[in-house]
Structure formats: C-alpha cells, structure tokens
Design a protein around this ligand. Structure first.
Ligand code: HEC
Ligand SMILES: [Cu+2]
Length: 478
C-alpha cells in the first residue's frame, strides 16, 4: 500500500517536472560529460570503496594488477590462485553512471600466463576482453563509459575460460545511479566461487586444479571470498544492533548458482540480479554464476548470523559459510531465546575444528578379538590419520612420512605409541628420507591408539605387532 502510494506520487511529480521544466529531463548516460579525472579506490574483500554520493561523473582511472600466487584454500590445503589485485574475489571497483573508465590491466612479470578482463558493466566487444589480452610483463589500457547502473561481475576470459575463473579470476564492479545509493551503516563485499582440486575436500598439500571435476561440475569446495575461512574467524564481518547492512554479493562460479541466504535474517530489500528491480522481505535469493545481487537488512538482535549457500551440503561440507557478528543489546520482543555463538559448527573435514579440550573420552566398547581390533583400527585410521598418511599408508613426499613398510615404525613400538599420544616433531628419518615437521598429538583413547596401531602394524608390509591398551597406558604413564 505505502509503496503504491509513493509510486503514484512519484509518477505525478515526474509528469509535472517533465511538463513544466523541459530542460531538467534526465540526461542519457552516454550524454553525461566528464571534466575532471580521479584514480579509483580499489578494495579487497570484504571491504568496499567509499560511496560515490553526489559526485559528478568523472574520468576514472582504474589500475588493476594480475597476480598468480599461492594461498590457503583451507587449513593445510594450498592452492595456486590467479587473482585480480591479489585477492579472491578481485579488487572491488566503485563507479557511477556516466563515468569514463580508463582501465589499465597489468600482468605481473612473475606470472606464467596471459590474461584479460571481461567486465559485465562494459558495452562493447567481449566486455573489454579483446582489448585487454595481456602477456606477463605487459600492460594494456582501454576505456569505456558506464551506461547502466547496477552491480556487475568481471572475470578473466582467456582460454580455457573456465579454468581462469575456477582459479579465482573474478570480482565485482558497482555502477551507482546518479545521486548514489541510499546511505547505510555497513557495506560488505562477498563473492561465492566453486573450486576443483585433484585431491578430495580436505586432502592436504598443494592441490592442483582438476579439469575433469570442473567439467563434471563436481566441486570439492564452494566458498565465500576465496577460501573456506574467507568469511569466518578473523575474517568474519561485523555490525551493531540497529544498523543497516548492505551486502554486495557476487557469484564467480564457474559452475554453480548460489541460493544465498542469511540464517537468522530476512532481507528487507534485494536488488534482484543487481539491477533496478527491488524485491522486499526475501528469505533466499538466487545468484546466478556470473551474476550478482545487493541485499539489505537491519540487524535487530545480537548474535552470529550465518551466510550460506542454502544448497546446504555446500555450506556445511564444502565451505560456503560466512559469519556476520552482531553486537549489542538483546531485544526479547524480537528474539527471546538464548543466543549461542558457534551454534552452526561446520561439519566438513575441510572446516572441522580440531578438538580443543585436553580430555580424551575413553571408548566404551573394547575390541574382543584381533579381527575387531583391525576393524575398529581401520575406522580410526580413516578418520584420524588418513588425511596426512594417506589411504595405503604411503604418506606424501616431503610432507608426511609413510606408515607403509616404515622402518621407523617397525623399529620401536613405544616410540610409535608416543608419536600418536604425545605428538612428534623435529627431524626423523623414515626409509632413508628425512622429515622435519610436526604431528600434533591425536585426541583418541588408549583403546583407540591400540587399535589403530595394530591396524597399521598389520597392514602394508609392516611387522605385524599387536598393540594393547596396557602398552599404550604404560607409555602414557612415563
Ligand atoms: C596432520 C597430519 C598428521 C596426522 C593427522 C597424523 N600424522 Fe602421523 N605424522 C605426521 C608427521 C608430519 C609426522 C612426522 C613428524 C616429524 O617430522 O617429526 C608423522 C609421523 C608419524 C609416525 C612416525 C613416522 C613413521 O612414518 O613411522 C607415526 C608412527 C605416525 N605418524 C602415526 C600416525 C597415526 C597412527 C595417526 C592417526 C592416529 C597419525 N600419525 C596422524 C603427520 C600426521
Ligand atoms: Cu586469466
């Protein structure tokens, strides 16, 4: 009702101005002239540049540097990212309608590949891709006028395009309308992306891109802001009770569409697909790959709001989960319950927290036979040791020593028990290879240590010892 009334008043006002004041008709974007120039402020996620407010259209200089650099996809998992400006998603660009953007794309000399940029805000061939194709150690400049307001994706469009995007080459450019967006208290930059690694989710080490999984759209990670921790822990975003929050949400893909939802909030407004259409009172908004949306809401109660892709296994098992911490006074009228932090503990192997207490719960069902010890032991192995020592105990060269046919293991049972119950660090030699790393103490019961070591000793060519709970307790007692 209210909106309809406002709209009709607006319509009357508009008709009135256009009848009585012909000169004040809005200028078409292509006819807006620019006089001054300024260098664009670029920001890395989750930050966005200063709002444009009432500033006039200008020649806006954007200097974007492409960097290929190693980073952490999740704890222990390294990935070779390709980035616009050193972050995934790339630097946020903020412009207004009528700006003339002079865009310089430089490809760092240490990079291995040529790249380019396709900005969905460009009216022109390839969105700029054709004019910006640039080899390592070179730079290219092109310019374009921003004709349409909205929130737009940009991405690399160099073949194989999917691979460049999958490696992190995407970001957002906001083109504000004349007069700017309405001011809000907090603005943040969030962008989803799917990742494809040779190893499974959680498998450690430097993981290469897996082309086949990407073609099959079988993502190992679906994340916000480039990594599983991209928007949690120290990277969580914040607001205070009573503040209005605006999220610029993009989806780089390359493959998956996002069912973007904030657990514990309702979007007061959604700029559908990042355009002019405003929808109100929305629970979940669909963000296509290569698309974006602006969502706005007022935070009314304190607590941790959880940003997710509501294709929910992606959130809890593949990383598509972020936190907005809201501080302030409780309002029992709006929400009466006890608000606990960390209620949505991530479950996936890639995002699971290590147990933090020192207490080890003793398992209740002791193994009754060698066969049972082997069976239970294998389960523990797959849960606790597999990620580092690998399925056949083969380990990972230069990182995790083998347990298969391990001379270190077979030489001394007490030493092996101690490695599991106390942890192990410093230089050791296993089958002639040196390792100098850290294995943290394993939070499992004596019974479980006995079972897992019995399994290890009786697999993969090891010396077939049987380890008992008593042996483990003896080592613990020392
Ligand atoms: C987070 C990775 C990680 C996990 C999980 C892990 N280990 Fe290790 N493990 C290591 C590293 C690293 C070393 C070498 C430490 C060093 O360099 O001093 C090691 C060394 C060992 C050794 C001695 C060296 C050898 O190859 O014989 C044994 C035995 C062992 N681990 C058993 C286990 C068992 C059993 C489990 C599961 C209950 C386990 N580890 C879980 C990383 C891990
Ligand atoms: Cu590229």
């Amino acid at each position: 009702m209210k909106t309809t009334l406002k709209l009709s008043l607006l319509a009357i006002a508009l008709t009135a101005t256009s009848c009585f004041n012909k000169e004040k008709e809005p200028v078409k974007a292509e006819d807006i002239t620019v006089s001054q120039e300024m260098v664009a402020e670029l920001t890395s996620p989750p930050h966005v540049p200063t709002p444009i407010g009432r500033r006039k259209a200008k020649k806006l200089i954007v200097n974007m540097e492409i960097l290929e650099q190693e980073g952490e996809l999740t704890s222990g998992v390294r990935y070779n990212y390709w980035t616009f400006g050193g972050s995934v998603p790339g630097s946020f660009i903020r412009a207004r309608v009528g700006d003339e953007i002079e865009f310089t794309l430089s490809n760092h000399p240490d990079n291995k590949l040529p790249h380019n940029i396709d900005l969905h805000a460009v009216t022109g061939p390839g969105g700029g891709a054709e004019s910006s194709f640039v080899a390592p150690g070179h730079e290219k400049t092109f310019s374009f006028k921003t004709l349409n307001p909205g929130l737009f994706v940009y991405h690399c469009a160099t073949a194989p395009v999917g691979m460049h995007i999958a490696n992190g080459m995407y970001g957002l450019i906001l083109v504000e309308p004349e007069g700017g967006l309405e001011p809000v208290d907090k603005e943040y930059y969030v962008m989803q992306g799917d990742f494809y690694t040779k190893g499974k989710n959680g498998e450690r080490g430097l993981q290469p891109f897996d082309m086949q999984k990407a073609v099959d759209e079988n993502a190992d990670y679906v994340v916000f802001n480039g990594s599983v921790d991209g928007l949690t822990g120290d990277n969580a975003i914040t607001a205070k009770v009573g503040e209005t929050v605006r999220l610029f949400v993009g989806n780089g893909g390359p493959n998956l569409v996002s069912s973007f939802h904030v657990i514990g909030e309702i979007f007061d407004k959604v700029y559908v697909e990042g355009g002019d259409l405003i929808n109100e009172n929305i629970q979940t908004t669909l963000i296509p790959a290569g698309g974006a949306a602006i969502v706005e809401f007022r935070v009314d109660v304190p607590g941790s709001l959880v940003l997710v892709d509501h294709s929910i296994f992606r959130a809890f098992n593949k990383g598509a989960l972020g936190i907005l911490n809201v501080e302030g006074e409780e309002d029992k009228k709006i929400y009466s319950g006890e608000i606990r932090e960390g209620i949505y503990l991530p479950e996936g192997p890639g995002i699971q927290n290590m147990p933090t207490t020192d207490e080890v719960v003793e398992s209740e069902i002791p193994a009754k036979s060698f066969e049972e010890q082997m069976k239970f032991g294998k389960q523990i192995y797959m849960q606790n040791c597999f990620a580092c020592h690998q399925s056949e105990g083969q380990g990972i060269p230069n990182a995790f020593p083998p347990l298969a046919n391990s001379d270190y293991l077979n030489a001394d049972v007490d030493r092996a028990i101690s490695a599991v119950v106390n942890g192990l660090s410093g230089e050791i030699t296993v089958n002639g290879e040196k390792y100098n790393s850290v294995m943290t103490r394993q939070m499992i019961s004596s019974e479980e240590v006995a079972n897992v070591l019995t399994y290890v000793y009786n697999s993969w060519g090891n010396s077939k010892k049987v380890v008992t709970k008593e042996m483990v307790d003896k080592v613990k007692g020392k």
